[in-house]
Design a protein around this ligand. Structure first.
Ligand SMILES: [Zn+2]
Length: 280
């Protein structure tokens, strides 16, 4: 499914069979509101930010010396304000291009390649500025993003008279380390793939345990449950001499996938079966 949000193109792969009419209704009704304190105006200048008070373990207004509201207090004020509006509303735009694709078809392979390309691409790579005006535009955008609050913990809340969530000494507006402020991300600091617990209900530890079981199964009796201490499992640290270089590991992973795909195709051929009709 390809839909256009208000600011960018969203590409999504959905497994299953969903009618286009139903999909249109879901997309039209889908939105997300972010309830944050207002950022309409800057209360403090970046070169005169609120001070940290070790005595209060909080930030103080540099002019009045008063404690700034904590993040939770600022949210409570929003709750009490009947006029309050969400800081951001995200919804899909009017364009929707839904395509049903059969698994195993050349079109499916093409779409997977397309999605993968954009999952790994830097946002800034989509268009290279070719004129001075375009470069200036990107420069202005990057400068604006530097002081835009990116998340509840962003140091830039200090410019708006609010202590960031989990505030501590040493925070300075304009130096938040989040990817959202980086030029190559252009304000997009979020995940491009949902974390596993949101689609499979499993945590990373569950996946690791499953993978371990799978590896033991592949190793079969040699690894055997009879000899549970034969293998020692430990995380691989950077610089471990037993670890092959990243390029080699990636190529091995690709070769492994190619081998799996060939084995699956052979198995399907032997069974005389056709790939199941599945929408991607
Ligand atoms: Zn930030």
């Amino acid at each position: 499914m390809i839909g256009e949000t208000d600011t960018e193109l969203a590409e999504t792969g959905v497994r299953g069979t969903v009618s286009r009419a139903e999909l249109r209704q879901v997309v039209a009704a889908t939105y997300h509101q972010i309830w944050w304190p207002t950022t309409d105006r800057t209360v403090h200048a970046p070169d005169a930010p609120p001070h940290w008070s070790p005595e209060h373990a909080a930030f103080l207004d540099p002019t009045t010396g008063e404690l700034l509201p904590t993040w939770d207090e600022a949210l409570d004020l929003l709750d009490d304000d009947p006029e309050a509006q969400p800081a951001h509303i995200l919804r899909f735009g009017p364009q929707l291009d839904a395509q049903g694709i059969l698994v195993g078809s050349p079109q499916a392979a093409r779409c997977v390649r397309y999605l993968t390309k954009y999952l790994t691409k830097s946002v800034a790579e989509c268009h290279t500025p070719t004129t001075a005006a375009e470069s200036d535009h990107v420069d202005r955008l990057a400068a604006e993003l530097r002081h835009e609050p990116c998340s509840p913990t962003c140091t830039n809340w200090l410019l708006h008279g609010v202590q960031p969530k989990n505030a501590h000494a040493g925070l300075r507006p304009g130096v938040c380390r989040s990817r959202a402020h980086k030029r190559e991300y252009l304000g997009y600091g979020g995940r491009r793939v949902l974390v596993s617990r949101k689609w499979s209900g499993k945590m990373l530890a569950d996946h690791c345990a499953e993978r371990r079981t799978w590896v033991l199964d592949v190793l079969g009796d040699i690894a055997g449950r009879a000899e549970p201490n034969r293998y020692v499992w430990e995380p691989v640290r950077p610089g471990d001499p037993d670890t092959a270089p990243l390029a080699t590991r990636l190529l091995r992973a690709v070769a492994e996938r190619v081998r799996w795909r060939a084995a699956l195709d052979q198995a399907l051929e032997r069974a005389g079966g056709k790939p199941c009709p599945t929408t991607i």
